[in-house]
Design a protein around this ligand. Structure first.
Ligand code: GTP
Ligand code: MG
Length: 196
C-alpha cells in the first residue's frame, strides 16, 4: 500500500514546503494526464484533481508519498483558453519552482502517446534539459492505441525528443506504472543519499 497525503496547493513561492525531502515532479501539457498518473501511482482515485476540462490544475500541488518524498503536480501549460498574462504568470511561477528547489530528484515529462510531441512539448523538453535534472519521459493514454500504434508511437516520440527512452503508460490498464515506480524510487533514494 502506498501512503499518500495532500500537503499544500502552492499559489506562490512562499507556500512551498520546507521539509527538504526529495521531489518527483510531473510536467507536461494541460490535459495530458499528470494528475491522473499521480493518482494511479499513489493508488488513490481522488488525491489529485483531474478533469476532462483542460487547465484544472492551476497551482503547484504537493503530495507526500510514504512519508519520504513528494509528488509535485505542476499546472499544465498550453491551455488554449488561458490569457497571455496567465501564461506569463504560469511560466514565472514554474521557473521560480525549479530555481528554488534543491531537492528535485526526478522530472517526469508527460506527452500524449496518441500524437507526435507538439511544439510546446519540444520547448518544455529543451527547457528541462538545460536544468540538468534527471528526467523520465512518459507517454500517456496508451490504452487508446493498438499494439502496432504503440510501437510506432514509442519510436516517433523517442526520435523527436533526442533518442531518450519512453515509458508508455495508461491509468486505465496500469501499463508502465511498475517501471515508473522503479525509476521514482531509484531517483528518490539517490537524492537522499547525496544529501547526507
Ligand atoms: P491539467 O491539470 O489541466 O494540467 O491536466 P492533467 O495533465 O492533470 O490531466 P488530467 O489528469 O486531469 O487528465 C485529463 C483527462 O485525460 C481526464 O479526462 C483523464 O481521465 C484522461 N486521462 C488521463 N490519463 C489517461 C489514460 O491513461 N488513459 C485514458 N484513456 N484517459 C486518461
Ligand atoms: Mg492536473
Amino acid at each position: 500500500m502506498v501512503q499518500a497525503e495532500f500537503v499544500i496547493s502552492a499559489v506562490s513561492k512562499r507556500d512551498f514546503p520546507h521539509e527538504g525531502i526529495p521531489e518527483i515532479v510531473f510536467a507536461g501539457r494541460s490535459n495530458v494526464g499528470k494528475s491522473s498518473l499521480i493518482n494511479r501511482l499513489a493508488g488513490r482515485a481522488n488525491l489529485a484533481r483531474t478533469s476532462a476540462t483542460p487547465g484544472k490544475t492551476r497551482c503547484i500541488n504537493f503530495y507526500r508519498i510514504n512519508g519520504g518524498f513528494y509528488f509535485v503536480d505542476l499546472p499544465g501549460f498550453g491551455y488554449a483558453k488561458a490569457a497571455k498574462s496567465a501564461v506569463e504568470r504560469w511560466k514565472e511561477f514554474i521557473e521560480q519552482y525549479f530555481q528554488s528547489r534543491t531537492t528535485i530528484a526526478l522530472v517526469v515529462q508527460l506527452v500524449d502517446s496518441r500524437m507526435p510531441p507538439t511544439d510546446l512539448d519540444l520547448r518544455l523538453s529543451d527547457w528541462l534539459a538545460k536544468l540538468n535534472l534527471p528526467r523520465l519521459l512518459v507517454a500517456t493514454k496508451s490504452d487508446k492505441l493498438s499494439n502496432n500504434q504503440r510501437s510506432a508511437s514509442t519510436r516517433i516520440i523517442s526520435n523527436s525528443l533526442g533518442g531518450v527512452s519512453v515509458v508508455m503508460s495508461s491509468v486505465k490498464t496500469g501499463a508502465g506504472c511498475k517501471e515508473i515506480w522503479k525509476r521514482v524510487l531509484k531517483a528518490a533514494a539517490f537524492i537522499e543519499s547525496a544529501s547526507k
